[in-house]
Ligand binder design. Structure first.
Ligand code: F6R
Length: 369
């Protein structure tokens, strides 16, 4: 059942190229347009939506944070992302023109379910992004876009997260497509790049041995920090969450721009800091800013673990460890940059003697509020 792997988590990490491809299957037509007829929310509702609100928990929340960048960029519809457990208790502003997206692997997470019930009571339309056929969240939503990750057994989410990202990009691009934005050409190009991304994920998986070696060498550390900017920021949060839940280490993700507002005080000699570097192409100003962040923390003694695109040479002098990922469009980078962080956490947990598939105190689906 583990297909020759020691843990379900390893198997599920390895299944990611297929999970990504399966989630795209049948949703891009021969002409390179999206066909999401399964979204039963009428196109008129999607065209008229004045706001998107995403609710989710844990790793699914991180997928939602990434979706915000894509939705706002490609559609210009304002998008909020909120932890489902916080959402309904603050009396959120919702109406018929609000599109709520509830993201959940299991479809049974109580916090997310209560949030979507609240949203529907206020008249909002709810689209579920879910991995489990016929589960409660899609049954109670107006529409559902299923992720096709297949069953995820390990408690820590990996392939489901990747497919949640794919589904979020599909929704963002589809909203752009049905509404028509000035980014039409970019949307077409990104759809073509999405179709190729499964192969890129495969390539990343083939180069993970140095990451495993690095993880083993850090097994005695107490803290690891993660930094990112733009879509790399939620990736940093996800890297930190994986490390907490699997390795039981103190880990925190920060927006790199926030460093100087406090967290830089944490930097000390030999502290491992993972930095997710945006593409030097595209929004290059982000790239240059993060390179100076890396210089700042290294000058204060941090051990820098840099995740950067192939061909990005500017980071080389400041990287104690360099992890290469394939070049992708800026917004799609999380699909490749997350993979090394999953492998890193899994290997660190193993090196520390932890139960990888069943971390202490955690359950696969959280059906209490
Ligand atoms: C982390 C993890 C959890 C879940 C969260 C939401 O690896 O698995 O943070 O992402 O409990 O679960 P779902 O997606 O089932 O609603």
């Amino acid at each position: 059942e583990k297909g020759g792997y020691d843990y379900f988590m390893l198997k599920e990490i390895a299944e990611q190229p297929k999970a990504v491809a399966d989630t795209l299957l049948g949703r891009i037509d021969a002409g390179g347009s999206l066909t999401l007829d399964e979204i039963r929310i009428p196109v008129s509702v999607l065209r008229e939506a004045a706001k998107v609100v995403i609710v989710a928990c844990g790793t699914a929340f991180h997928a939602g944070l990434i979706a915000k960048y894509a939705i706002e960029h490609w559609t210009r519809i304002p998008c909020e992302v909120e932890l489902a457990s916080e959402f309904r208790y603050r009396d959120p502003i919702l109406d018929q023109r609000t599109l709520v997206i509830a993201i959940s692997q299991s479809g049974e997470t109580m916090d997310t379910l209560m949030a979507l019930r609240h949203a529907r009571e206020q008249g909002a339309k709810v689209l579920a992004i879910c991995n489990t056929n016929g589960s409660t969240i899609p049954r109670e939503s107006d529409a559902v876009l299923y992720t096709h990750a297949g069953p995820e057994v390990a408690v820590a989410s990996t392939k489901a997260f990747m497919t949640q990202l794919v589904a979020c990009y599909l929704v963002a691009l589809y909203l752009g497509q049905v509404r028509g934005t000035k980014w039409g050409d970019e949307i077409q190009a990104v759809i073509r790049d999405l179709a190729k991304i499964s192969g890129e994920v495969e390539r990343v998986l083939e180069t993970m041995e140095p990451v495993r070696e690095l993880a083993r060498s850090l097994a005695g550390k107490n803290t690891v920090l993660f930094l990112g900017r733009h879509v790399g920021y939620p990736v940093a949060l996800e890297g930190a969450l994986k490390l907490k839940e699997l390795a039981y280490m103190h880990a925190e993700g920060f927006a790199a721009g926030e460093l100087k507002h406090g967290p830089i005080a944490l930097i000390e000699e030999d502290l491992p800091v993972v930095v997710v570097v945006p593409s030097p192409r595209g929004r290059s100003v982000l790239h240059d800013k993060i390179v100076s962040n890396i210089q700042e923390i290294r000058a204060r003694g941090a051990r820098t673990i840099v995740i950067a695109e192939e061909g990005d040479e500017t980071v080389v002098p400041y990287a104690d460890h360099l992890i290469r990922i394939p070049a992708t469009p800026t917004l799609l980078q999380p699909l490749v940059s997350t993979v090394p962080l999953q492998v890193f956490a899994c290997e660190l947990a193993t090196a520390r003697g932890n139960e990888v598939d069943q971390p202490r105190n955690l359950a696969k689906s959280v059906t209490v509020e």
